[in-house]
Design a protein around this ligand. Structure first.
Ligand SMILES: Cc1cc2nc3c(=O)[nH]c(=O)nc-3n(C[C@H](O)[C@H](O)[C@H](O)COP(=O)(O)OP(=O)(O)OC[C@H]3O[C@@H](n4cnc5c(N)ncnc54)[C@H](O)[C@@H]3O)c2cc1C
Length: 350
């Protein structure tokens, strides 16, 4: 018998399972498709903050999750013996005109209060170690952004969970008396929408590419709405497209080729390289754009964690912490904005 069943072995399910396993609880994870088989099996892995302005509960929650990220991922890797690829090396963003410079200065001021000295938002006059262009000769450098290798991170979590006694059962029947967390991404958003007749899901496809470009110790770059993420294994990710209309979730097309072309004007080294991988999947996005965490809206007694959307990897540690605390301590630290808003009905799950 186990203390907790987690359905879904993406990053959200695995972090929840790990948070429980760390407490000595016996966990079973079930995913018919295997570990990191959907959105979490990607290549980008930018753990990057929202801008320090118009602060709200979601931004504060994400900030806390990013701050906790280092300890969290070091803990996972030290248990598993694997490498999640985590490193907090910061991020550079070009400031291209006077309007952007004014905005960057305002954000610098607000970051001092909002980030409480735990991370810095600076305006710098060099993009070293990169040689990036910028319209003003200035860049924003923040020390909060980190990177992770999404697939490696999921496998590191899985190994760490196993080492704590957790088990993986691809096909698990229903156990109504065992606490269950649904972390099934698009699958759950879709079935809740159907079940309640309330639109709960807006899936957003993303495409990204991976290159063999070894910039292991460089900060990541965000320019022209593209993330450039150097990974610890010597690969370099470029992403992502954002598509509301698509016919296939997993195929790449000319939209990725355009993104790659645009990337080359920012990181010219890419001109000499061919992608070693092209990747696409769908981001689980809730209708409100906020994560969903708390009691499951369809299944009485069960729980849900979902809606990671574009920042699921960065939010995972804090989402898992508050959910496990809600389930096992009865302490509710879930921001109101994250609580599922549709009416709970009695039903059996599918
Ligand atoms: C192109 C792209 C780039 C991204 N870049 C970033 C980034 O740089 N930084 C960032 O923070 N986030 C990023 N994201 C978002 C991030 O990947 C997601 O928010 C996160 O992976 C969602 O994790 P999840 O565990 O909720 O969902 P998924 O990873 O989709 O996992 C859901 C799992 O549930 C399983 N499942 C489905 N049905 C069932 C069932 N009935 N029973 C059991 N299991 C089931 C599936 O097999 C799957 O493994 C990106 C996403 C994409 C697509």
């Amino acid at each position: 018998m186990v203390d907790l069943i987690v359905r879904g072995a993406g990053v959200l399910g695995l972090t929840v399972a790990w948070e429980a396993a760390k407490r000595g609880l016996k966990v079973c994870i079930s995913d018919p498709n295997g570990i990191a088989s959907m959105a979490s099996g990607g290549v980008v892995g930018a753990l990057a903050p929202h801008v320090p302005e118009n602060w709200n509960s979601k931004k504060q929650f994400q900030f806390q999750s990013l701050i906790n990220g280092e300890e969290f991922w070091n803990g996972v890797d030290s248990e598993s013996g694997f490498n999640s690829g985590y490193a907090r090396l910061g991020r550079l963003q070009p400031i291209d005109d006077e309007k952007a410079l004014l905005l960057a200065r305002n954000r610098l001021e607000s970051s001092e209060e909002l980030w409480r000295g735990l991370a810095k938002w600076r305006i710098v006059e060099s993009s070293a170690p990169w040689s990036l262009t910028s319209g003003t000769g200035k860049w924003v450098f923040d020390t909060l952004s980190a990177r992770i290798n999404p697939t490696d991170a999921c496998f590191s979590l899985a190994k760490a969970i196993q080492k704590k006694g957790g088990v993986f059962e691809p096909h698990l029947k229903k156990y109504p008396n065992i606490r269950t967390v649904w972390a099934t991404g698009i699958h759950d958003l879709e079935r809740i929408s159907k079940f309640t007749n309330v639109k709960f899901r807006t899936a957003v496809k993303g495409q990204a590419a991976l290159f063999n470009l070894n910039r292991v110790d460089y900060p990541q770059v965000y320019a022209n709405s593209i993330h450039f993420v150097p990974h610890s294994n010597g690969t370099f990710a470029v992403g992502s497209t954002s598509e509301n209309n698509f016919s296939s979730s997993n195929t790449t097309d000319e939209r990725l080729e355009t993104l790659i072309e645009n990337s080359m004007s920012i990181i010219p080294e890419l001109r000499l390289l061919e992608p070693i991988k092209r990747w696409a999947d769908v981001r689980p996005r809730s209708e409100s754009r906020a994560p969903i965490v708390g009691k499951h809206p369809m299944i009485e007694g069960d729980y849900i964690v979902n809606g990671g959307f574009k920042i699921g990897l960065g939010m995972a540690p804090e989402l898992a912490r508050v959910l496990i605390s809600l389930i096992f301590d009865g302490i509710d630290q879930v921001p109101e904005a994250f609580k599922p808003k549709v009416k709970v009905q009695n039903s059996t799950s599918s």
